[in-house]
Design a protein around this ligand. Structure first.
Ligand code: URP
Length: 415
């Protein structure tokens, strides 16, 4: 499994493919080419001095007669946790605030209107350990926690919407924890919050020991720059989760994540991109970077040796568009800021061409799913009818024994 030594798929293709082949491969793997944004040199210099990657791309839509282009710039931030996991909690939080503040400065230089940080961005992804302290001390109030106040200042200073995925402590409801994204308007006001709807129970992602599935549904936030939603990490494996944000009108869906190569790297380029296509919207997939070592060993429940690290977080953040195009990914091994300029008119244009909303047959699925979730439901499986045919039975089987074996395979309790 590749660690930091392997930079990115894009670097590998560019290094090894002749230009004509590279063009064709990119056409198929990345769709219509995104235009490279010309970013201010002060931004490029600041990023380079701060040792983080800066890339910028633009997605274009066709000109329309009655609507002006609706361009918005989004910024995706991927980073490693700056301090070791055994540093004091307050110092870890402060260090990652300083790191992200520096990256947000550069985003502002690049004209970013909406910035989104990675999942649980103020902390190491410690849920693998199943330990409570000190990790639950990273949880904060959405309304007036230190991190929300930090994001409000950033939002006001840069006239930027800030999407801040944190570990939430809900002080108003029994101090319980949630995996939450806070949306701060460019005015500096907290516009609202949304919670992770699907909690992983896979590998070392032991998050179900800390918080429950979100209870806020699929809110969409009307910002000055467009309608946005946040589908947190593991939610990207659930097509209906993306769908519901889109049904509520999301034009951009952020997917702040924390995931490792051994588990999901081959899924990564597909899922958010497919969601952009299927839902006629833009999606922004963000993943953290690097390795995080924990003070105590933990096991993965797979018989293998206890260990102290989670695996390699492979970065590779990217933006995907409803016309199937996508930006290249940021690298697998560096902190980075990806700036993408989107023309939101592309969403309706793709809707008019492909008509997935019009042809979606949602009423049929609503009816069938409403039945399927009932305890009394039995799946709609069509069996061959038992009739006496003049044909000879196949060697060694009678029609009766075939039916008997079929039904017992499907459901041992069926008559
Ligand atoms: N953070 C999180 O939900 N990770 C689960 C693993 C994955 O979805 O790739």
């Amino acid at each position: 499994m590749s660690g930091p030594e392997w930079g990115s798929l894009e670097q590998c293709l560019e290094q090894h493919l002749p230009p004509a082949d590279l063009r064709e491969v990119k056409r198929i793997l990345y769709g219509k080419e995104t235009r490279k944004l010309s970013l201010p040199s002060v931004a490029l210099d600041t990023a380079s001095a701060g040792d983080f990657e800066l890339q910028g791309y633009a997605f274009e839509a066709a000109g329309e007669q009655l609507r002006q282009p609706r361009t918005v710039r989004v910024g995706l931030v991927q980073n490693r946790t700056p301090l070791p996991t055994d540093a004091p909690v307050a110092e870890q939080v402060s260090a990652v605030h300083r790191r992200v503040e520096a990256i947000a400065e550069v985003a502002a230089m690049c004209g970013v209107n909406i910035i989104c940080f990675q999942e649980a961005w103020t902390m190491p992804f410690a849920f693998c350990t199943r330990e409570k302290l000190p990790w639950t001390e990273f949880a904060e109030s959405v309304e007036d926690g230190l991190t929300t106040r930090f994001c409000q200042k950033l939002a006001e200073k840069h006239d930027m919407v800030v999407v801040s995925p944190i570990l939430e402590r809900d002080f108003m409801h029994g101090d319980v924890l949630w995996n939450t994204a806070v949306v701060v308007s460019n005015s500096g006001a907290v516009l609202g919050k949304t919670r992770k709807n699907h909690i992983p129970r896979v590998g070392d992602f032991n998050e179900s020991s800390y918080y429950m599935e979100g209870n806020l549904g699929h809110p969409v936030f009307q910002t000055q720059f467009g309608r946005i939603a946040v589908n947190i990490c593991y939610g990207r494996h659930h097509p209906l989760n993306w769908l519901m944000y889109s049904v509520n009108g999301a034009e951009i869906i952020f997917n702040p994540s924390a995931t490792i190569g051994a588990l999901s790297e081959s899924l990564w380029p597909i899922e958010a991109r497919n969601a952009a296509i299927a839902n006629h919207c833009f999606t922004c997939a963000i993943n953290r970077v690097g390795e995080e070592h924990f003070p105590n060993e933990f096991t993965s429940g797979d018989g293998k040796k206890a260990h102290q690290d989670f695996g390699y977080f492979y970065g590779s953040s990217y933006v995907a568009a409803p016309d199937s195009s996508r930006t290249p990914g940021l690298s697998r091994n560096r902190d980075g800021l990806l700036v993408a300029e989107l023309d939101l008119n592309l969403c309706r244009q793709m809707n008019d061409i492909w008509n997935f909303k019009m042809t979606g047959r949602y009423e049929m699925y609503a009816r069938e799913l409403a039945e399927a979730v009932k305890p009394s439901y039995s799946p709609n499986i069509v069996h061959e009818l038992l009739t006496f045919s003049p044909r000879l039975p196949r060697k060694g089987t009678s029609a009766l024994s075939r039916l008997a074996s079929q039904t017992s395979l499907m459901d041992p309790s069926s008559p």
